[in-house]
Design a protein around this ligand. Structure first.
Ligand code: HH2
Length: 280
């Protein structure tokens, strides 16, 4: 399997690491650390040196209750960071749900659009179609400000799978090539801990939709609920969730802690390489 993006065809025969670059003052785990362009650019360089396969740059926090940021301010936060990241030799994704920001990012050369609204905003499908960019279509409900009021499911796996299948079809109908489309269950978005865990337990079903699966468990609140740890002490829990996600079919891990995740995946790969194939 592969994920086609603008400049790179990403080989998914092994799991890949997407490093998070939050050029925001208020992201839930690292807000304010990289909101000056210089700091964010240095962070991009550090993540690539640590082994990130992809960079994901965001200019608006999507944590529950996050305030809205207009397109011009969001673009101003990511503009210079994107330009610098594009010189680092890895695919660069922009985390936005606003068609105007998508268009600007694609004009600037972004490889991937990562949309927590799965290209549902009016004009979003058209902004990406024809660009040749990869897209990540994520499941959520409502807006970050109100999404936790909508965390109510019968069969969360079936409902998320049906949504992602519908959005992938809409993207293909708009002219986005099937191999450019990745899907994401949206852990933590309009979902309580019980939903996130049930979704991870049933994640294979999402992998069977036929598109690469990208997942983001890094430092999320459910891990805090389980371990009782604050956000800056959730690395072991994040690694456990990431590896569980890989074993349930995830192809790309969206993480803050790139070096540690790369190490964990190296151990995973070493065991795979040592596995004796069964004799027929
Ligand atoms: N999670 C966050 C943001 N964007 N995109 C995808 N595809 N999947 C995710 O799980 C996902 C995402 C939230 O994490 P973070 O970027 O660290 O925080 P914030 O939204 O507060 O900036």
């Amino acid at each position: 399997m592969h994920w086609q993006t603008r400049r790179f065809r990403i080989d998914l025969s092994r799991p890949r690491v997407m490093g998070i670059v939050n050029a925001t003052p208020d992201s839930f785990s690292d807000g304010g650390r990289h909101d000056e362009a210089r700091g964010a650019i240095a962070h991009c360089e550090r993540l690539v040196a640590e082994g990130a396969d992809i960079l994901d740059i965001g200019g608006e926090s999507t944590r529950p209750g996050a305030p809205h940021v207009d397109a011009a301010s969001e673009w101003a936060r990511i503009d210079k960071v994107l330009a610098a990241a594009l010189t680092l030799g890895v695919p660069v994704s922009v985390d936005t749900y606003k068609p105007e920001v998508m268009r600007r990012a694609l004009d600037a050369g972004a490889d991937i659009v990562n949309d927590v609204q799965a290209l549902q905003m009016p004009g979003a499908l058209a902004a990406v179609a024809g660009s040749g960019a990869g897209v990540c279509l994520m499941h959520m409900r409502g807006e970050p400000a109100s999404m936790m009021d909508l965390a109510c499911y019968g069969d969360v796996v079936a409902e998320v799978a049906a949504f992602l299948a519908r959005r992938a079809q809409a993207a293909r109908d708009a002219g986005i090539a099937a191999d450019c489309i990745a899907l994401d269950p949206g852990y933590g978005f309009a979902k309580k801990a019980e939903h996130n865990l049930r979704l991870l337990a049933g994640q294979r079903r999402l992998a069977e939709l036929g598109h690469p699966l990208l997942v983001g468990w890094s430092r999320k609140r459910t891990l805090g609920d389980i371990t009782g740890r604050p956000v800056d002490q959730r690395l072991p829990a994040s690694l456990a969730a990431a590896l569980r996600a890989v074993s349930a079919g995830a192809n790309v891990l969206r993480v803050h802690d790139v070096a540690a995740t790369v190490d964990a995946l190296k151990v995973w790969a070493a065991v795979d390489a040592a596995t004796i194939p069964a004799i027929e």
